[in-house]
Design a protein. Structure first.
Length: 317
């Protein structure tokens, strides 16, 4: 653990404790001075502030941890493709296994970044390939986590793997749509972009041109799987202002070259890579704590995420 990380964590804890002690002290002084029961409005203000402070603490700690992460190697499109092929060599992993592992990683990252209490309604927008399959698996797990996912699946392949995944949506009671609803911003809280993955290249064709147009104009936070849909896997966003700009990215196995242009919350999933794969492709994953399926690689600075302004505390009190 670096000295910077230790000092940063110490400052975080110190700021949090100072604020909490301020609340406790003010509460006790009010009780002694007024000698009367606290009003419901005052109790609500105290609870609101405590919740905000806890949220700040989590944000500060998460960002400090991510800031201490070592930089990972970024994979080219050819490397990402070859790595997948190496994993699926016979005998080895099956595509079903890899998709299940990827999908639960995606669901775990969504759960961390977008809590159930505020983002229960998830619109999972899935493409026709393996990235879309990851999104379908993630939708199933999000349902188990207590979320209310809806799946947009405009083009449904006839391969047994995808037929089974679509059938699982029906078995779980997950609604499936052919297009992004016009009122998506009112009906949902967050969008999961699982349209195109690292194998994508060329022009976006129908019906996904309209799908991506709907995502670009949405005001909802967007969480992309492996690479933001429509991005060049190696060069990043193309099309200038028309490129999709997700708030969160979940890289799988290892980040791709194009993710160097991403500036939001960047998670890594794929806690299944065997040692020979690490050695062959020359990268390591950061440690995954305990049973966690994802780890935060980077995120906005602490100053952008949180504030410990004394005026804010005084106003709430």
């Amino acid at each position: 653990m670096s000295p910077w990380y230790v000092s940063r964590s110490a400052r975080i804890i110190h700021a949090i404790l100072q604020n909490l002690l301020y609340i406790l002290s003010a509460t006790c002084q009010d009780d002694l001075r007024l000698n009367q029961p606290r009003s419901p409005a005052t109790i609500l203000r105290r609870l609101t502030l405590s919740t905000l402070l806890l949220g700040r603490a989590a944000g500060l700690a998460t960002t400090a941890t991510a800031s201490a992460m070592p930089k990972m190697k970024l994979l080219s499109q050819a490397e990402a493709t070859a790595l997948d092929e190496d994993l699926m060599v016979t005998p080895g992993f099956s595509i079903d296994q890899l998709m299940e592992l990827a999908g639960i990683s995606v669901a775990a990252a969504v759960q961390k970044q977008y809590p159930l209490r505020s983002h229960a309604r998830v619109l999972c927008v899935c493409g026709p390939g393996n990235n879309g399959g990851d999104g379908l698996v993630a939708a199933r797990h999000l349902m188990q986590f207590g979320y209310s996912p809806t799946v947009v699946y405009p083009k449904r392949p006839g391969r047994p793997l995808f037929v089974n995944l679509a059938a699982q949506m029906s078995m779980m009671g997950i609604e499936m749509l052919d297009a992004v609803p016009a009122d998506a911003d009112q009906r949902y809280d967050v969008i999961l972009d699982a349209v195109f993955g690292f194998s994508f290249s060329g022009e976006v064709r129908a019906p996904f041109d309209e799908v991506l147009a709907s995502l670009r104009t949405s005001a909802l936070p967007i969480c992309s799987v492996d690479i933001p849909s429509g991005w060049d896997v190696e060069r990043g966003p193309i099309g200038g202002d028309d490129a999709l700009r997700p708030e969160t990215l979940i890289s799988l196995t290892a980040p791709k070259l194009g993710s160097a242009a991403f500036e939001g919350f960047h998670y890594l999933g794929g806690r299944f890579v065997p040692e020979p794969i690490f050695a062959k492709y020359g990268f390591r994953q950061p440690p995954f704590p305990a049973a966690e399926q994802v780890v935060l690689l980077s995120g906005p600075s602490c100053d952008e995420m949180v504030s410990t302004d004394d005026d804010f505390v005084t106003t709430i009190l």
